[in-house]
Design a protein around this ligand. Sequence first.
Ligand code: FAD
Ligand code: SF4
Ligand code: SF4
Length: 485
Amino acid sequence: MAEEKKPKKERVKKKYPMPEQPPEERIHNFNEVPIGQTEDVIKKEAQRCLQCKPSEKRKLCYDGCPVGIDIPAFIKKIQEDDLEGAIGIIKRYNNLPAVCGRVCPYENQCEGNCVVGKIKDSEPVAIGRMERFLADWERARGVKAPELPPRKDKKVAVVGSGPAGLTVAADLAKKGYQVTLFEALHSPGGVLVYGIPEFRLPKAIVRAEVSYIETLGVKLVTDAVVGKSISMQELSEQNDAIFVATGAGLPKWMNIPGENLNGILSANEFLTRANLMKSYMFPDADTPNRIGKKVATIGGGNVAMDCARTSLRLGAEESWIIYRRTETELPARIEEVHHAMQEGVKFQFLTAPVKYEGDETGYVKKMECCRMKLGEPDASGRRRPLVCPGENFELDVDTVLIAIGQSPNPIVPQTTPEIKTTKWGTIVVDDWQRTSMKGVFAAGDIATGDATVILAMGGGKRAAEAMDRYLSENEDWPAPETWEQ
Ligand code: FAD
Ligand code: SF4
Ligand code: SF4
């Protein structure tokens, strides 16, 4: 008798949806927008993974992860109902999984390489959401610190507690080094606490991941501005190696007429007031954040989306994004643009401000804009915006937020002439993240210019590996040319 054919299992083409707060509700609060998925849904999502075998011909999910998570292995553990095993695999590579599961631009990283996403009409496996779920699942049960090796007698100073600094601090502490982390602000986390809003990345989650790193034995010193309250020279006398990850927090301006009017703020100031100083809780918190009725945010990245969405939550009636290219070139994460649109942020593409006009009290009331068109691609590969002469127009505004990028924080390089910088102020590093000062390594935005959380962490991983090699092999490890001079 012919064997009965098993019915073919229907392949699920799309990601299982993430429940979210409805837009009309969430623009009145600062609670997280995506609510999170259930264990059941995550297990079904894991079944979408094909468990691809390594191949030289094609890139796979893990090739797109700068910290090198063994993605097929952790998904296999979920398929086998072993959630503890799954988060254990992630944590071998990534010390901040709850952060990455929320803000990593996975569509351009791991998920961008996922084989399932290349199949017609299919979406990639939701790797980021699984990572988020597992990190939250573990936190709810109480995170356990891993077993640590015996303490080494070598000391390391880490300057800056953003994702790059936290990565190096954790990786070196796990190897037994004595690590002290210096942070200029009163709260650790870098942009994760002062930049990215609560509704995208709750501060309690950052605090929990920082606490985990402290349980590894990392000593945290806040309110310590290296280069002011303690010099790099002093740090190098007290430590065997230093890692610099001071980020890019210096706002860029357009330098156009009227830019110093009241009501025109850098994104950095606006978001720091909202996040770190909780202006949205004023008067219960000390810091107010003046917000007008018509807010224009200049720029099209994650920072711009955060400003526009925060403005709505603080009571703006209209919140505009003014961007000089088109929707296709927006550098913000797709999800952030989608959420901003859902919440009623309006987009004025192919537009750039040329000057601002104030009222009799010195507050901005109007902005003159020029229309743009797209020319040939520039060095970044994106089409260059060109001004359309004679097509200027005016917009009524009472608050303008400038979100056109940040420059590297200058204090450490300015006070440490041994550290070479580029003309943009970023610290020069080699492939091992070594700077021109012996024993000093750097990564993250201070070395790359403003980039992403996961690229900062990837740089941190490389630096931690190099620092371990430097500290254990020291003189035997060939120094960069500049160290030999
Ligand atoms: P940072 O996070 O900038 O941390 C540097 C730390 O060093 C800060 O805490 C600073 O106070 C401290 N410091 C500076 N100088 C000194 C000193 N002299 N002494 C001691 N400490 C010092 N990326 C994403 O991947 N996804 C997103 O959704 C996203 N959204 C963003 C939204 C906003 C509003 C912003 C501003 C950035 C966003 N980014 C996002 C970019 C990302 O946050 C950064 O690329 C990343 O945080 C860089 O990490 P870092 O460790 O190099 O520096
Ligand atoms: Fe993907 Fe980012 Fe997680 Fe790596 S850290 S697996 S790139 S979401
Ligand atoms: Fe699974 Fe996609 Fe990675 Fe293949 S590429 S192992 S389908 S996550």
